[in-house]
Design a protein around this ligand. Structure first.
Ligand SMILES: NC(=O)c1ccc[n+]([C@@H]2O[C@H](COP(=O)([O-])OP(=O)(O)OC[C@H]3O[C@@H](n4cnc5c(N)ncnc54)[C@H](O)[C@@H]3O)[C@@H](O)[C@H]2O)c1
Length: 266
């Protein structure tokens, strides 16, 4: 029996990267796993995100672990699509006990989109993907959790949602991730009486397949030097915190943000 045996977990943006690491960890803990991603084959975009040749998507990988898994392609920033996708997954796997609203990301270079000059189109796109996407996903799962009087919701912010970038750059992404923190704290207050814990994870510089090449090209030390631990984080470092926030170890923890940045300063 795993800590999450008999539970159903839904993870968005889990076709690769951190979301995939979360899906695999929750499956290892015994949960059945539903995935929503705008592209279930997004691992093909980056060589370092390769999954075993025997698998077409992370869904096959999860099923090979002996749990039930089901995936739907949907855009989290489209409220209708995400609502339908959640219903489809619940119909296949059962009531959702755990949500990790992970889908998201920035756009453009880390040195662009300074606060005063942020590109309005990019601001809209990034807000919709990160903030609206999180809100729409929560809206789609919360009703059933409330009815059942149980649930764990983890939202995904970023170190960039807590601290400012030196030149005020990447402000569209930072602001969208800060909005998620405020939303998470309010949601925790509203859902606490229903025995639903709501917390956020704030990863720092994590070496996913997508980012490893970038960090190396841009100068790895520039990023590791900002951390107390003098290294990049790994997807497993984040999955450890997801394990804590989705199991009964965190039953008296709600409305918090856990910084998984190796002690970054900026
Ligand atoms: N990797 C890091 O260092 C880091 C640091 C801080 C925060 N984060 C956050 O963690 C989350 C995952 O990051 P990652 O590095 O694994 O990203 P990634 O780009 O490698 O993976 C993101 C996944 O989300 C999917 N996705 C993107 N937009 C979507 C949409 N609108 N609807 C549904 N699916 C969508 C993509 O297809 C992809 O599979 C993001 O929210 C990101 O902002 C990552």
């Amino acid at each position: 029996m795993g800590k999450l045996s008999g539970k159903v977990a839904l993870i968005t943006g889990a076709a690769r990267g951190l979301g995939r690491a979360y899906a695999i960890r929750l499956a290892q803990l015994g949960a059945d796993v539903g995935i929503i991603d705008i592209n279930l084959k997004s691992h093909l975009d980056f060589e370092k995100e390769a999954i075993g040749n025997e698998f077409t998507t992370v869904i096959d990988e999860l099923r090979s672990m002996g749990i039930n898994a089901y995936g739907v392609e949907a855009d989290v920033s489209d409220e209708l699509q995400i609502g339908n996708a959640v219903d489809e997954i619940a119909a296949k796997l059962g009531d959702i006990d755990v949500l990790v609203a992970n889908a998201g990301g920035g756009s453009g270079s880390l040195h662009e989109n300074t606060a005063a000059l942020v590109n309005s189109e990019e601001l809209k796109k990034v807000m919709e993907r990160n903030f609206y996407g999180t809100v729409y996903t929560v809206k789609a799962v919360q009703g059933n959790m409330k009815k059942r009087g149980t649930g764990k919701i983890v939202t995904v912010t970023s170190l960039y949602g807590i601290l400012a970038n030196k030149e005020g750059s990447y402000a569209h992404y930072s602001a969208s991730k800060s909005a998620i923190i405020s939303y998470t704290k309010n949601l925790a207050q509203e859902l606490g009486p229903f025995n639903i814990q709501v917390n956020a994870i704030a990863p720092g510089y994590i070496g996913t397949g997508r980012l490893l090449d970038f960090f190396e090209k841009d100068g790895l030390e520039k990023y590791t030097d900002q951390t107390a631990l003098k290294r990049l984080g790994t997807p497993d470092d984040c999955a450890n915190v997801i394990e804590f926030l989705t199991t009964n170890m965190s039953d008296y923890v709600t409305g918090t943000v856990i910084d998984v940045s190796g002690g970054s300063i900026r």
